[in-house]
Structure formats: structure tokens, C-alpha cells
Design a protein. Structure first.
Length: 451
């Protein structure tokens, strides 16, 4: 099961934004219809080439989903537990794996334990559920006590995850999600600040229910091996490659991403056995179509995303170059409504249509290629504007060569064995006999499979 997920292509859904929910929960509205809307889009997502869903926070919350109110019920703005169960069954029937956001580092201020402390103060039986409560001063919200918030955000109250009652409550929710909805994995929000003992205990607990349950952590900086390791997590978010992807194009300097990939996955790579989670954008960063200074670079960028080591993920709408940047109003533009059935090509133009079709091609090639899904990585050649590498799996070999110039350009690859290579993306055959001078179309790539 884990191998299946690690060889998957993810479609990342932020459901509160994608389905256009109200920004704030009034805790009294009728169950929404988001899961019905998402279920109608499953065929379009599958047609794109994706076979796994990472669904952002969907349990009852006050506003954006990461301020959890109830770990055992779906946010009423989205629907209810039965509607989500129906959605999961439909997704499973179409071959999707399902990974849910697990926000365990903090809760919202409307969480029952925090509200009990507000009412009962020091005498609350839940006062040890949170970190560093101080009853000698008020909070910024006027509470008669202060507390730690995630990254200083006082609306995200930091849980004491090493408290056994807290663990029982959270682990009980995990058991509920697995058994009721048949989920295949969890993405641990803010894993970089969760305690190692909590993550190890969670791993052991999950193993007791489903040893194949996949655990991935949100980690921005640091040695990913501290998290992606036996007995802890299976994967982490690869922010190093995320930054290297768009930055290499904007600076027209492929040496940056080449350095990162060789450092991570090369013959002596520090993460060569860790299937890291790769992405071009997500719900927390500007959309890549708004970052790149030349939108035509979206094509070779996604070509790279689907051919480098790791697990590729598409953030909803980015398959058609949906734009969005953070602004004074926060993350709203990163999380706007979108229908994956793509009924707006006429409005978005040819670039949107062509990008989606290109991603379909990249996904199809990846899904049929063991070297691209699980092969080793070897850098072959790199210049500022061209880049080539090889993926190999038990003698099966694939060469990927990328060009960011808008005109056709060549790259020379040395030290190749005599072989015949077929271009899986563009058609055509090439002979190598020690060297290969390969012309790459403008803002495009070649994916060569050895015969």
C-alpha cells in the first residue's frame, strides 16, 4: 500500500476554498454540498492522470480549517460525516488513495477543551492539554490567562501533544477516520514542531490498526531525515525542491535545481531512499503561474516535476495556470473556488488548455515508467538553460533533458553506453555511442527511454 501511494500522482484539494465555502463558521448552518461538488469532479481529476487525493483540513473549524473545533466531525460548511463517507467510497471506486490533513499541533479557540479553560480557569480539568498556560496575565483576546500559539498566532492554540489524554483524543480520531472513511494516509500539519515522541507514538498506533497507513509531514526547513525515517514518517514536503524549481527558471540558472536534486537523490544523496513529496505550489504559497516571470516556463517546470525523484502533486487549478498571490487579506487568492472539470478554457485561453494536456502526457508517461516512479537519479549535464539527468530501475533507463529557452537548443551528454533511445514525449529515436547531442524544443523537454 505504501509503495502504491509513493508511486502515485496527487491532486491537492483545499476543500473550503475549492468549493467556495463561507470564510467563517456560524456553527448553525445546514450541511453544505461540497462533497457532492467534489465527487462530480473526480473523473476530471482522474483524467488528468492523478490517482491520489490530498485533502486539506475538513474537520469542523472556526475559519480556515487549521483552527480545529471537532476532530470527529466534518466541517458543516462542507457537509457532514455521511456525505464525506459517500465521497470517499466514490473516490475509492475510481482508484484514488485518500490522504487527509491532520492538524495535531494546535486547535482553534472554539475547541471544547480551550473553552472549558476559559470558563473554569486553573480549575479546568483540561488545563494541561495546552502548553505554557499563564494565569497571571491576560491573553491578547482578553482571556484571564495566556498561552502559546503556533508561530505566535494566538488563534491557533498549541496543544501539549505529550499529554496522554490529548494523545488518546487525537489517536481516537485517527482510528475513527481509518475505520469509518477508509483513508490511506495522513499529512501532519506543522510536523516540524511536533515532538518526536508524539510522531513515534502515532506511527506505532497507526501500525496497530493499519501498518500500511502512509504518514507525511509538513516540514519546511531542516534535515528531512529527522522526520522521514523508519518508525516515524514515510515522507515530508520537499520545500527545497519547490523553491529550486521556480527559482531556477526565473533566474535562468538550472544549476540551482541540479544542485538540490544531486544533493538529495544523487549517488551519495542524503534522501535517495526517502520518497519526498514534490509540488510546484500549494495552499500556503503563491501559485506558480503568478511566480514565474514567463508563463511558458510552466511546461518544462511541470515536466521536471513529473520526472524527478519523489511524489508529484498538483494543487487544484494549477493544472490550467490558475493564478493567486498572498496579499493584505491573507491567503484568499491562493484558495479561490475552482471546478476541475475545466469549463472555462474559453476564458482562460490556449495556455490553460495546452498546459492541462501537457500535464496529462507527463502523468501518463510517469505512470507507465518504473524508472520515473522509483528509479535512481544521476545528473548527466547542466548549463544555465539546459539540464539533463537519468533515472534507472534494474537496467531500465530514462533520460530527461529540459530546455528553458524559447528557441530549440542542444545539450551534449557524455559517457553514455551504445544504445537506441525512443522519445516517449515527442516521438523519434536517437542513437548514443559514448555521446549524445540532443536538441530540445523551446520551453520543453525530451523523455528518452532506452530500448
Amino acid at each position: 500500500m505504501k509503495q502504491t501511494i509513493e508511486q502515485s500522482i496527487f491532486y491537492h484539494i483545499y476543500p473550503l476554498g475549492m468549493t467556495g465555502c463561507q470564510p467563517n463558521n456560524d456553527f448553525s448552518c445546514a450541511a453544505g454540498s461540497s462533497f457532492e461538488l467534489l465527487q462530480e469532479q473526480l473523473d476530471a481529476i482522474k483524467d488528468l492522470g492523478c490517482n491520489a487525493l490530498y485533502i486539506g483540513p475538513l474537520f469542523e473549524s472556526t475559519s480556515h480549517g487549521y483552527d480545529t473545533v471537532d476532530y470527529y466531525h466534518v466541517d458543516r460548511r462542507l457537509g457532514n460525516n455521511q456525505k464525506f463517507k459517500t465521497f470517499c467510497q466514490a473516490a475509492k471506486s475510481k482508484g484514488f488513495k485518500i490522504v487527509l490533513d491532520a492538524v495535531f499541533n494546535h486547535t482553534g479557540r472554539d475547541f471544547f477543551a480551550f473553552k472549558d479553560i476559559q470558563q473554569n480557569g486553573w480549575n479546568s480539568r483540561y488545563r494541561d492539554w495546552y502548553l505554557n498556560l499563564h494565569f497571571d496575565r491576560k491573553s491578547v483576546y482578553g482571556d484571564n490567562f495566556d498561552y502559546d500559539g503556533w508561530a505566535g498566532c494566538k488563534n491557533l492554540v498549541k496543544l501539549n501533544v505529550d499529554n496522554y489524554e490529548v494523545r488518546d483524543h487525537l489517536f481516537g480520531a485517527v482510528k475513527f477516520w481509518i475505520e469509518e472513511f477508509g483513508i490511506d494516509g495522513l499529512r501532519l500539519d506543522a510536523a516540524d514542531v511536533l515532538t518526536p515522541s508524539f510522531m513515534d507514538a502515532l506511527r506505532n498506533f497507526c501500525n496497530s490498526i493499519n501498518p500500511d497507513l502512509w504518514l507525511m509531514g509538513e516540514v519546511v526547513h531542516g534535515d528531512y531525515n529527522n522526520w522521514a525515517r523508519p518508525g516515524r514518517l514515510d515522507s515530508v514536503t520537499n520545500y527545497e525542491v519547490y523553491k529550486g524549481l521556480w527559482s531556477s527558471f526565473n533566474s535562468q540558472n538550472f544549476f540551482e535545481i541540479a544542485y538540490s536534486l544531486n544533493r538529495q537523490f544523487g549517488p551519495s544523496g542524503i534522501y535517495r531512499y526517502a520518497p519526498l513529496y514534490n509540488f510546484a505550489d500549494n495552499h500556503d504559497v503563491d501559485r506558480v503561474a503568478s511566480i514565474l516571470t514567463n508563463k511558458v516556463w510552466l511546461f518544462p517546470l511541470y515536466g521536471l516535476l513529473f520526472t524527478i525523484p519523489g511524489i508529484p502533486s498538483i494543487y487544484y487549478g494549477s493544472e490550467v495556470a490558475l493564478t493567486g498571490k498572498r496579499n493584505r487579506d491573507g491567503d484568499k487568492e491562493l484558495r479561490k473556488p475552482w471546478d476541475a472539470r475545466n469549463k472555462t478554457f474559453e476564458e482562460m485561453g490556449e495556455l490553460a488548455k495546452n498546459l492541462r494536456q501537457s500535464i496529462q502526457k507527463f502523468a501518463a508517461i510517469r505512470n507507465s515508467s518504473d524508472p520515473l516512479k522509483k528509479g535512481t537519479y544521476t545528473q548527466l549535464a547542466v548549463t544555465n538553460k539546459q539540464f539533463a539527468f537519468m533515472r534507472e530501475f534494474y537496467g531500465q533507463k530514462v533520460i530527461v533533458a529540459v530546455n528553458l529557452e524559447e528557441k530549440p537548443s542542444s545539450i551534449n551528454i557524455q559517457n553514455l553506453e551504445p544504445a537506441l533511445w525512443h522519445d516517449q514525449l515527442n516521438g523519434g529515436e536517437y542513437n548514443s555511442n559514448g555521446t549524445l547531442s540532443l536538441e530540445i524544443p523551446g520551453c520543453w523537454l525530451r523523455i528518452l527511454r532506452k530500448f
